[in-house]
Design a protein around this ligand. Structure first.
Ligand SMILES: *[C@@H]1O[C@H](CO)[C@@H](O)[C@H](O)[C@H]1NC(C)=O
Ligand SMILES: *[C@@H]1O[C@H](CO)[C@@H](O)[C@H](O)[C@H]1NC(C)=O
Ligand SMILES: *[C@@H]1O[C@H](CO)[C@@H](O)[C@H](O)[C@H]1NC(C)=O
Ligand SMILES: *[C@@H]1O[C@H](CO)[C@@H](O)[C@H](O)[C@H]1NC(C)=O
Ligand SMILES: *[C@@H]1O[C@H](CO)[C@@H](O)[C@H](O)[C@H]1NC(C)=O
Ligand SMILES: *[C@@H]1O[C@H](CO)[C@@H](O)[C@H](O)[C@H]1NC(C)=O
Ligand SMILES: *[C@@H]1O[C@H](CO)[C@@H](O)[C@H](O)[C@H]1NC(C)=O
Ligand SMILES: *[C@@H]1O[C@H](CO)[C@@H](O)[C@H](O)[C@H]1NC(C)=O
Ligand SMILES: *[C@@H]1O[C@H](CO)[C@@H](O)[C@H](O)[C@H]1NC(C)=O
Ligand SMILES: *[C@@H]1O[C@H](CO)[C@@H](O)[C@H](O)[C@H]1NC(C)=O
Ligand SMILES: *[C@@H]1O[C@H](CO)[C@@H](O)[C@H](O)[C@H]1NC(C)=O
Length: 466
């Protein structure tokens, strides 16, 4: 086959594909139209489908959106806690411009957007998976009366915002299904807590069970593995109107989702077209350090070592007997109380998931030295770190009280540096006991001056003395 005929062939295949996908459904409904059970809307590029479905082992009917390539991968459910018992469901735009899911008799309303419009309205399923209601029929971007992306179910898609919207007072979070057969809101929530630099949490009802670590301008300090996926970019935005976490994909053909599943694990998945299945890239249950506060206050969790928990240098177990039988929950306390007047010092720790920033103070205007000075002068400041490590170190986070939910990454290029206030008596002596290949050593160091950056850890490789 000649080159030109190959190109022709290629275009023929593409146009056939476009024909096939566009013939399988409309993406829009107008005011006079409706979608009944059995009919679907298909987004223009054929990526998402909107229609009625029943979850596995359930006869109930729900209006939802799913991936065209995987019709069991439901990403959004309209009437998640008000199912229909039969196939009488009809989605239509009523005379007030409201998008309404009615049953039989038509006066039974199972779901609606609650938005009305004077100028008529159209609803469209976009290729992003966003189902939008707009005034009039003009397909201009933005200015939606309502969009499903503002009302997530259990799934985050590229372009969606997770975090509080201060204008509406609503939290945009992912709430897991109750179980595989029941999409009604379950126990588990994935949400962005805006305090500090913004941290994603997984909650079991109201209890934190997982924390990604604060945003540091590049990533969440506790999930470094995302760096190795160049097909994604992430951002955290905080302003007067809203705070949110959002991710995007560099190629529109990348299909990915972040789901808060009903077992309590948040997962990021990528569609693998060769295997025709979802590949898990990340989960909130990677290792024992994923359990929030596994090592107790001021404890440091070590994901890959034989000993999961260590106290921060200069700290000792609060309850040594419990610690010795591997009950870490009590955590650690200072070996020597701070005495600000007597010259406390700061011990750097590299490659850490930063502590919970819920009670921290953030000042984006400071540089690193101003941050250090602010913490040094304030006797209740327990630790400090740069708030933004994108393009150097800038901004300042300071912590008071206990340092909560720390984790160490063996390699310093993961995680972040934190500087921990210690009493003079403890600053000269510290231990590194975090890796089975590093045996216990004791180093005495005159720490009257803070250590130069990058000179904090001494790793000695070898076999521990028997
Ligand atoms: C749904 O739309 C069809 C035409 O598109 C119409 O015949 C039918 O009456 C509508 N049903 C309802 C309940 O509005
Ligand atoms: C999903 O696809 C399977 C196989 O093509 C089909 O049997 C099933 O009815 C589809 N389910 C929905 C909800 O479209
Ligand atoms: C569906 O069936 C259940 C169980 O019979 C009943 O409690 C519920 O009210 C029904 N829902 C509707 C909308 O008819
Ligand atoms: C999740 O968002 C919903 C809707 O805004 C809200 O009612 C709920 O309280 C939020 N859940 C948590 C745990 O913040
Ligand atoms: C799912 O939850 C519903 C009610 O919450 C319950 O009736 C049903 O048995 C559960 N299904 C499974 C598979 O656990
Ligand atoms: C969530 O916690 C509240 C308050 O502790 C409790 O009343 C409620 O039953 C809990 N919900 C679940 C699903 O466990
Ligand atoms: C605590 O301080 C005492 C006395 O200074 C010292 O002997 C001991 O090694 C320290 N323990 C830790 C865990 O730092
Ligand atoms: C673990 O230790 C804490 C005190 O540090 C204690 O309150 C708790 O009961 C212990 N848990 C178990 C399972 O023994
Ligand atoms: C934040 O401060 C409150 C009040 O002092 C305390 O109860 C809570 O445990 C602290 N949380 C964290 C994560 O430090
Ligand atoms: C010391 O730092 C804490 C936390 O950053 C802050 O709440 C407190 O106001 C500061 N105290 C002074 C005197 O600046
Ligand atoms: C973090 O620093 C980079 C480089 O200086 C800057 O472009 C970015 O806006 C900063 N981020 C925030 C949230 O201040």
């Amino acid at each position: 086959m000649g080159k030109s005929s190959m190109i022709f062939h290629y275009f023929l295949v593409i146009s056939l594909f476009v024909l096939v996908s566009s013939s399988s459904g409309e993406d829009t409904i107008q005011q006079s139209q409706n979608i009944s059970d059995g009919q679907t809307l298909v987004s223009a590029g054929g990526i998402f489908v909107l229609g009625f479905f029943s979850p596995v082992d359930s006869g109930k009917r729900y209006l939802g959106i799913w991936f065209a390539i995987s019709n069991t991968t439901v990403v959004w459910v309209a009437n998640r806690d008000k199912p229909l018992n039969d196939s009488s469901g009809i989605l239509r735009i009523d005379s007030t411009g409201n998008l309404v899911l009615a049953g039989s008799p038509p006066s039974t309303i199972f779901w609606s957007t609650g938005q009305t419009s004077s100028a008529g309205a159209t609803a469209q399923l976009l290729d992003s998976g966003n189902f939008v209601l707009r005034e009039g029929s003009s397909p201009t971007a933005g200015n939606f009366l309502w969009q499903s992306f503002d009302h997530p179910t259990d799934t985050m898609l590229a372009g969606m915002k997770i975090g509080p919207d201060y204008r509406t007072g609503r939290d945009r979070n992912l709430t897991a299904w109750r179980n595989a057969s029941d999409p009604s809101p379950g126990r588990f929530t994935y949400k962005l807590d805006p305090r500090g630099m913004g941290q994603p949490f997984v909650l079991d009802n109201t209890t934190v069970i997982y924390r990604s670590g604060p945003w540091n301008g590049i990533q969440f300090s506790g999930s470094p593995s995302m760096k190795s996926y160049p097909m994604f970019y992430s951002t955290v935005v905080q302003n007067q109107e809203e705070a949110y976490y959002q991710f995007g994909v560099t190629q529109a053909t990348t299909l990915t989702r972040l789901v808060m599943d009903y077992s309590g694990v948040a997962r990021r998945l990528l569609w693998d077209s060769k295997k025709a299945g979802w590949q898990e890239l990340w989960s909130s249950a990677l290792d024992r350090c994923s359990n929030y506060l596994f090592c107790g206050p001021n404890g440091v969790c070590n994901g890959d070592g034989s000993l999961p928990c260590n106290c921060l240098p200069g700290f000792r177990a609060r309850n040594q007997d419990e610690w010795d039988i591997q009950n870490w929950s009590g955590g650690c306390e200072r070996n020597t109380s701070l005495n600000c007047a007597d010259g406390d010092g700061f011990l750097p720790r590299m490659g850490m998931r930063l502590p919970d920033t819920v009670n921290s103070t953030v000042d984006m205007s400071m540089n690193f030295n101003e941050c250090k000075e602010t913490c040094r002068k304030n006797c209740s400041c327990a630790a400090y770190a740069s708030a933004n490590i994108s393009g150097g170190e800038s901004g300042c986070i300071t912590w008071i009280g206990d340092l909560i939910d720390l984790k160490t990454f063996g390699e310093a290029q993961d995680g972040q540096n934190i500087y921990i206030r210690l009493a003079k008596a403890d600053i000269g002596t510290f231990y590194h006991l975090t890796h089975p290949r590093f045996y216990s050593i004791k180093i005495t160091y005159d720490w009257s001056e803070p250590a130069p950056q990058g000179c904090s850890d001494v790793h000695i490789f070898g076999v521990p003395p028997s």
